[in-house]
Write a protein that binds this ligand. Structure first.
Ligand code: AMP
Ligand code: MG
Length: 517
């Protein structure tokens, strides 16, 4: 067991009150709730996990452990690894896989569902929020179709890292409590070791859940599911006669906001099918995702996405399209008469462009350290982005370095100038930027501090994940720990670890990532 090296002692989150739990709990004596299981058929199918051969706990998320009210030393008990690998039942749990459908790369797929995810049960955390404990990679389910129900170590490490990276960038995401590897060989392009993570999120319900029941013509199931989500996550809306409209408005606003958050840090999801869109606006289902290195607005991180449907600059558009699919599926809930339902639905959907633009403009402004709103700001922002795009200059590094611009007329050029390809264009732009900052009496030191809390220094670049995966495959989790330390404080300086902020070396620039996981 690699536990002792892997137990991270991160304390980056505020302590929670113990009021909601009697804690600390043992994993085999949790007050498990099974609210989703209560829905029964056709929403889910009882599914027992398939045991993993010789499961070893590679890593445990100490912050989540605490948040879930589990004792600090819980992870050393064999029961922890056995339960979270699927080798022993979670006492009190009613394990299940969920039914959903979805639009994959624009095409309607009527039956998807949890093909390799099993919801063990739900647990109220120390903040009083009910959290799903969901195993990913724990074997075949009723929805596995031709799949083996497994996940490989490579993709499990990537998901484990990504949840932490996005969460600590302030972006809503599912997270993982544990990373367990087994001996079972899994065939992808090559044979790889199987792994199981335990995902934690207030819900794993997707847009595709609603599409499944709507297009099967089961309006009563559609309504039951919507009521379930509203009652569980929006209790303030439960009693309102317009609850479905209000709920969908929330989802649209939330999704638009999530897209703005992704764009602002250069996160590319890679597979924005409607079955990967969370009804709570969480980042969900990490596959061939990537953070931008050199900025290319049309960057496609998923090598299976030949048409570039999910390119970086398409994400906000796809977010809108996906909301349209959700609302369309939910039309029968909005009014009796189809015409009225369509009008209400369209009005809800029409919130998206403004919601996105408002959220995005606010984020760009913050990234440039601009306080006031001025007419010329969109041009100023766009010129800088096109300059980065033309030169394929590093997205994260360039924004981070932007904080070092001084507004004084005789100031020396900022170090950023050395990093960029088109120095002439930058010099011209810099004049405007400095003028703009002087125009609002921007205080250099204060702006710098604020920008450094907005523009991360460290993001989860693919080549960094790759190094961690290679080490983890041989049982060495020290690199995983090191990277997690940075990702959990992405805005801080970490002396001695500056190279983690660098662009990938040339040989690591063309890592190929596909849907295979
Ligand atoms: P994804 O591309 O991971 O979002 O998965 C799309 C669909 O395929 C979902 O229904 C998954 O549950 C299913 N799926 C993906 N990989 C597997 C697998 N190895 N075994 C069974 N089902 C899978
Ligand atoms: Mg998926």
């Amino acid at each position: 067991m690699f536990y002792s090296a892997a137990m991270d002692a991160s304390t980056t989150e505020s302590p929670a009150s113990d009021a909601a739990t009697a804690g600390p709990h043992r994993i085999d004596a949790l007050p498990v709730e099974n609210r989703y299981a209560r829905l029964g058929e056709p929403f889910c199918v009882r599914t027992e996990p398939t045991p993993l051969t010789r499961p070893r706990l590679l890593h445990v998320n100490a912050v989540l452990l605490r948040q879930l009210g589990l004792g600090h030393d819980e992870a050393v008990r064999p029961e922890f690894t056995e339960i979270l690998s699927g080798n022993r039942p979670l006492p009190g749990g009613e394990p299940l896989s969920m039914r959903y459908a979805g639009h994959q790369f624009g095409a309607w797929v009527p039956q998807l569902g949890d093909g390799r995810a099993i919801l063990l049960g739900q647990l109220r955390d120390r903040h009083g929020v009910l959290q799903d404990l969901q195993l990913k990679g724990a074997g075949r389910t009723a929805f596995s179709r031709f799949g083996d129900g497994r996940a490989v170590l490579r993709s499990s490490v990537r998901e484990y890292l990504a949840g932490e990276a996005l969460h600590h960038l302030g972006i809503p995401s599912t997270r993982a409590l544990s990373l367990i590897v087994g001996d079972d060989p899994v065939r992808r392009e090559t044979i790889e070791p199987a792994a199981v993570i335990c995902r934690v999120a207030p819900s794993h319900v997707r847009f595709g859940h609603f599409e499944a029941f709507s297009y099967a013509g089961d309006v009563s199931a559609l309504r039951r599911l919507a009521d379930h989500v509203i009652d569980e996550h929006h209790p303030d809306l439960s009693e309102r006669p317009d609850r479905y409209t209000m709920w969908l408005r929330w989802v649209v606003d939330r999704t638009a906001g999530l897209m703005a958050q992704w764009q602002a840090v250069g996160f590319c999801h890679g597979v924005m099918n409607t079955d990967n869109m969370s009804i709570l606006g969480l980042t969900l289902d990490y596959g061939p995702y990537g953070f931008l290195d050199g900025f290319d607005a049309h960057h496609v991180c998923n090598h299976s996405d030949h048409a570039g449907r999910y390119a970086y600059d398409q994400q906000p558009v796809v977010g809108h399209w996906n909301c349209a699919r959700l609302i369309q599926a939910c039309l029968p809930l909005l009014a009796e008469a189809p015409q009225s339902a369509a009008e209400i639905g369209q009005a809800v959907l029409d919130r998206y462009p403004d919601a996105y633009a408002t959220a995005m403009t606010r984020r760009w402004r913050a990234k440039f350290g601009l306080k006031d709103e001025r007419d010329g700001d969109p041009d100023l922002i766009n010129h800088f982005l096109s300059l980065l795009h033309r030169g394929h200059d590093d997205f994260t590094g360039s924004f981070r370095a932007l904080a070092d611009v001084d507004t004084a007329r005789d100031a020396v050029p900022p170090p950023l100038r050395e990093r960029l390809h088109d120095v002439e264009a930058f010099d011209a732009w810099l004049e405007h930027y400095r003028d703009r900052l002087r125009g609002e009496h921007s205080d250099d030191a204060q702006r710098r501090a604020e920008m450094n809390r907005t523009n991360p220094k460290y993001v989860l670049r693919n080549h960094l994940a790759q190094d961690v995966i290679a080490a983890a495959a041989s049982g060495d989790t020290a690199p995983l720990d090191r990277l997690l330390t940075l990702l959990r404080r992405p805005y801080d300086e970490h002396p001695g670890l500056d190279h983690y902020a660098d662009e990938p070396p040339p040989e690591a620039r063309h890592l190929v990532l596909s849907c295979s996981s």
